[in-house]
Design a binder for this molecule. Structure first.
Ligand code: ADP
Ligand code: MG
Length: 301
């Protein structure tokens, strides 16, 4: 097969591993920087060009679209869909998963476990917002944050009020969430491919830190997840419409609760922690499932 990886950096661990896994399995593979793709969207034969050349003959595309280029990156994925190329994750699903509020609303609608969550833009009714989610301790998050930045634990109602007011003055969209104390700085990352969790790891924040992000000095270890956690992760990916996803959840007293669903989950943490060839499993999934025109949306959405 001829596989394209949409990634801005060929030297990133995840990109390198996917290239390696594809070559190991005798596929032709090319890393394409989505920002360098340009397209003819009007013709009856939609085209994508790259550095002066028309891209053709691809059987599958693996989108690895960074959060900062979601807008242009998903347009390129959509164009590949229009041409009929199998895209591992489709453009609508990627866009959907990038919007935290939309994602949480969709998951809640389908009855998945979430921490009690409220959201607001610039309410003056801070007290009411706090009581809506059950009072302190609370976690306040800026919607646009990643890697734990903009995620604050407020231990008292007073602290929560100051934090919410501070975010309000920044005119940020915020999410106010029940603090899942019993997870004590740990979360679980489930790597989903198709309808399976192929690998999972437990991440633990450093001493005294409630955020488990590896970028914040957290460490990871392997974990045996429960059947309920397994089915929650698979359902979450399905609801988001993602064939491949990193589903993050906390272990709460009332079962697994979802934090977020990532459409371009990293390979380094999960492969180094579990010793599994996750990149190889991604390519194996593509071999089984990629067929011309097999996109559900054909560029719609
Ligand atoms: P980001 O997108 O920046 O990673 P997250 O929502 O994943 O933001 O939060 C970062 C980390 O903070 C989580 O991985 C988790 O360890 C911790 N955390 C977030 N929300 C809660 C919560 N409601 N209760 C307990 N811990 C939380
Ligand atoms: Mg996170």
């Amino acid at each position: 097969m001829k596989i394209g990886i949409l990634s801005r950096k060929a030297e990133l661990y995840s990109t390198r591993r996917l290239v390696e896994a594809a070559r190991d399995r005798d596929h032709e593979v090319r890393v394409l920087n989505p920002l360098r793709c340009y397209m003819d969207i009007t013709s009856h034969h939609p085209e994508i060009h790259y550095k002066g050349e028309k891209l053709q003959g691809f059987d599958a595309i693996i989108p690895r679209i960074g959060a900062s280029i979601t807008f242009y990156g998903t347009a390129v994925v959509r164009q590949f869909e229009m041409i009929g190329v199998f895209c591992l994750n489709e453009s609508v699903a990627i866009s959907r998963s990038r919007d935290k509020l939309r994602s949480l609303q969709l998951l809640a609608r389908k009855g998945l476990g979430l921490p009690v969550t409220g959201f607001a833009h610039s309410t003056q009714y801070t007290d009411d917002l706090i009581s809506l989610v059950g009072g302190a301790p609370l976690v306040v998050k800026m919607i646009e944050g990643t890697q734990g930045v903009g995620v604050v634990l407020a231990e008292t109602d007073k602290a929560a009020q100051s934090v919410i007011q501070a975010f309000r003055s920044l005119k940020a969209n915020i999410l106010v969430q029940e603090y899942i104390k019993e997870s004590s700085g740990r979360d679980i990352r489930c790597w989903v491919i198709g309808d399976k969790v192929v690998a999972a790891m437990l991440r633990q924040g450093p001493e005294g830190e409630f955020r488990s992000n590896l970028h914040r000095g957290g460490r990871a270890e392997t974990i045996r997840i429960t059947p309920e956690e397994r089915s929650t992760a698979v359902r979450a990916a399905k609801i988001m419409g993602l064939r491949v996803a990193g589903v993050d959840m906390l272990r709460s007293n009332h079962g697994p609760v979802i934090m977020e669903v990532n459409s371009s989950p990293g390979l380094e943490g999960i492969e180094k922690t579990t010793g599994k060839d996750v990149a190889g499993m991604v390519i194996a999934y593509i071999e089984k499932n990629a067929a011309p025109g097999k996109t559900r949306t054909k560029g719609r959405g």
